[in-house]
Design a protein around this ligand. Structure first.
Ligand SMILES: Cc1cc2nc3c(=O)[nH]c(=O)nc-3n(C[C@H](O)[C@H](O)[C@H](O)COP(=O)(O)O)c2cc1C
Length: 171
């Protein structure tokens, strides 16, 4: 499949069968993250792979809205980055997340990006601090988001190249 076709078919999948993601596929998804470009080649990111159900459950409650799906996923990859090593840590982390998201989709693994940076939990606490506490990661490491992975239990329509918002392009 060419890259545009993979992008056309990529959708956020939030329901999972419970079947494990094959180690070989997880390895390829992580390879994609490690291949992502970074500002000045600094590679400030660190990928925390979580499979433990209890930890996934805790992460699912790290923020108020939009993270419950983590409880049902097979594996979560929390992308932290050393904010002192690079001032482009947000961009670098985002690209790695996007690469892993796309690769998951290309391998038939359901995935969804879960934002944690600048988000609150149900009590108004900081979601990033919650994730840091759950995974034992200290400052200056900062988080952008978590990629939830699992074998898909829902199907979504691919995007159509005929419906792209070309009005966003100015030339
Ligand atoms: C930066 C970013 C943050 C996101 N955060 C969440 C989130 O916290 N929870 C969630 O369920 N989906 C999240 N998503 C997924 C988006 O909701 C989804 O990409 C969007 O609705 C478009 O749908 P699609 O991915 O199927 O094309 C996020 C996506 C991005 C790129």
């Amino acid at each position: 499949m060419d890259l545009i076709e993979i992008m056309r078919r990529r959708r956020s999948i939030r329901k999972y069968t419970g079947e494990p993601v094959a180690e070989e596929k997880l390895q390829q998804i992580l390879q994609a993250g490690l291949l992502a470009p970074t500002s000045r080649g600094k590679r400030p990111w660190e990928f925390y792979v979580v499979k433990d159900k209890e930890t996934l459950e805790k992460l699912s409650r790290a923020k108020w809205h939009g993270s419950a799906l983590i409880a049902g996923c097979d594996t979560a990859i929390a992308v932290f980055a050393d904010s002192e090593l690079s001032d482009a840590w947000i961009e670098d982390s985002s690209i790695a997340l996007a690469y892993m998201d796309l690769t998951a989709s290309s391998l038939g693994v359901g995935s969804c990006w879960v934002q944690m940076r600048m988000r609150k939990d149900e009590q108004g606490g900081d979601a990033e601090q919650n994730v840091r506490r759950i995974l034992g990661v200290e400052e200056p490491f900062r988080i952008v988001g978590i990629l939830a992975l699992g074998m898909p239990a829902e199907e979504k329509q691919a995007y159509s190249l005929d419906e792209l918002k070309w009005e966003k392009v100015h030339r």
